[in-house]
Design a protein around this ligand. Sequence first.
Ligand code: NAP
Length: 255
Amino acid sequence: MTVQPNGHLKGQVAIVTGAGSGIGRATAIALARAGARVLGVGRRAEALNETAARQPGIEPMPADITAGGVPQAVVEAATDRWGRLDVLVNNAGATAVMSLADTDADRIAGLLALNVTAPSLLAHAALPHLRAGRGTIINISSTYGHRPLPGAAHYAATKAAVEQLTRSWALELAGDGIRVNAVAPGPTESEALTAAGLPDTVVEQIKQDEAARIPLGRRGTPEEVATWIVHLADPAATWITGQVLTIDGGLELAP
Ligand SMILES: NC(=O)c1ccc[n+]([C@@H]2O[C@H](COP(=O)([O-])OP(=O)(O)OC[C@H]3O[C@@H](n4cnc5c(N)ncnc54)[C@H](OP(=O)(O)O)[C@@H]3O)[C@@H](O)[C@H]2O)c1
């Protein structure tokens, strides 16, 4: 499924973190097709360049969003270039297979830094600009932000945090006309499992197991998630805030 350009985001400026692959790449492309100018952020310049090459309107910014001062620099890069910021998509994130028996402090700190702290500091830096234009924040959670995930409890806990940030900021910022929502994808084709350091055979097994558990019988595509991010970003979505939209082929309801 591809998002049809509707032009509703024409003139708007968006930041998408993790735009070099998976859901972030599909989102950057879909937002640009809908008329937005998009700053695509990630650590790998070549991956971002490939995203930008697929659709005009995407400006790559290679950066590690967990590094000191980077969230502020990312927001300034967008506002210096285009003079405004309307949409922040907090997409960059990582998973980790880590049972309690194998839990260690550095990996917990790494997950929190990327999945919770960086999106918070990006939203903080974006706030004056979002206030000025009555903009919107879209955070990326997971089915496992609200379902238990044995063997990866800390990943699930960071996504539960993302969902509570979403609901709390929605109330905190409603008076400013800023909408804050989240999407919670189920298992989606991307680089996430490989990026978690899992060997190919294990990745393949996880994918098969996930597809078998999903009521619609398959894993999702990044475009099937991006289309809902674009809907939530659309200024026409004027009356939705504080919601977590699960997009997972029915997985969250499965026994
Ligand atoms: N795929 C799924 O099954 C699934 C399910 C539920 C939720 N999600 C969530 O969806 C979001 C997108 O993940 P994905 O599935 O599309 O996986 P992905 O392909 O691994 O994308 C993650 C992106 O984040 C970027 N990134 C990682 N660390 C970064 C850092 N420190 N600074 C800047 N960028 C960084 C990566 O690029 P670089 O390596 O170049 O930095 C990469 O492009 C994540 O929040 C993930 O938790 C995914």
